[in-house]
Design a protein around this ligand. Structure first.
Ligand code: AP5
Length: 214
């Protein structure tokens, strides 16, 4: 099962990725998490990515494509994978297609910009695992603490309102064209494509995914 999660920043991709990963036993490949890990480790990739990420801009296609290709070649991806945050531009999608990487499902989470800005202000993350919470809509069992490890939760640097608005501009300009791209792929019989109302509560979105993926 090879799946792409498509949607604006904060649309709920990471939240639902946790469910899909556990239920279907495929690894989550989150380019955002991989880039944040590179920034933390201060690798040369991390140093290049940091400046762009802090400004709410996308990292260059070449860097991200190389990162994903390397990750997909790992043995744990041989039965499938879940791409969360990739592809994010048409050149990224083209590069994947040119490498012969087939996609079974493209799942689009549809959420309006106003809802996104509200959601981001309440997001809390567990940095090591990438687990995502929301203070109101998806709270941890104990405030500020990760459910599994008991470690403290943090706020992402790029979740401040002004940066979120910049990320939304990038989304509309560079990522939204992928909706048409993959709808055409569906017409050509190359993938399944589903649009999900991402404004529903977390459990309802999960239930809808379960119905689609079986
Ligand atoms: P990345 O980490 O991928 O961020 P993003 O796409 O902007 O997505 P988010 O993680 O912000 O949101 P999400 O959809 O996963 O939402 P979540 O589930 O957390 O990328 C960060 C940066 O890295 C980019 O800006 C870019 O610079 C770079 N980058 C990454 N990939 C790249 C690429 N391919 N090319 C170039 N650059 C790249 O949910 C958000 C909040 O809402 C949470 O608090 C959650 O609890 C809550 N929530 C979720 N679902 C619901 C619901 N149904 N109802 C209510 N609340 C909900």
């Amino acid at each position: 099962m090879r799946i792409i999660l498509l949607g604006a920043p904060g649309a709920g991709k990471g939240t639902q990725a946790q469910f899909i990963m556990q239920k279907y036993g495929i690894p989550q490949i989150s380019t955002g998490d991989m880039l944040r890990a590179a920034v933390k480790a201060q690798t040369s990739l991390g140093l290049q990515a940091k400046e762009l990420m802090d400004k709410g801009q996308l990292v260059t296609d070449d860097l991200v494509i190389a990162l994903v290709k390397e990750r997909i070649s790992q043995p744990d991806c041989k039965n499938g994978f879940l791409l969360d945050g990739f592809p994010r531009t048409v050149p990224q999608a083209d590069a994947m297609k040119a490498s012969g990487i087939k996609v079974d499902y493209v799942l689009e989470f549809d959420v309006p910009d106003e809802v996104i800005v509200d959601r981001m202000s309440g997001r809390r993350i567990h940095q090591t695992s990438g687990r995502v919470y929301h203070v109101k809509y998806n709270p941890p069992k104990n405030e500020g603490i990760d459910d599994i490890t008991g470690e403290p939760l943090t706020i992402r640097k790029d979740d401040h309102e002004d940066i979120v608005k910049k990320r939304l501009v990038e989304y509309h300009q560079l990522t939204k064209p992928l909706i048409n791209y993959y709808q055409n792929e569906k017409k050509a019989g190359n993938t399944e494509y589903f649009r999900i109302d991402g404004t529903q509560p977390v459990e309802k979105v999960t239930h809808e995914l379960e119905k689609i993926l079986g």
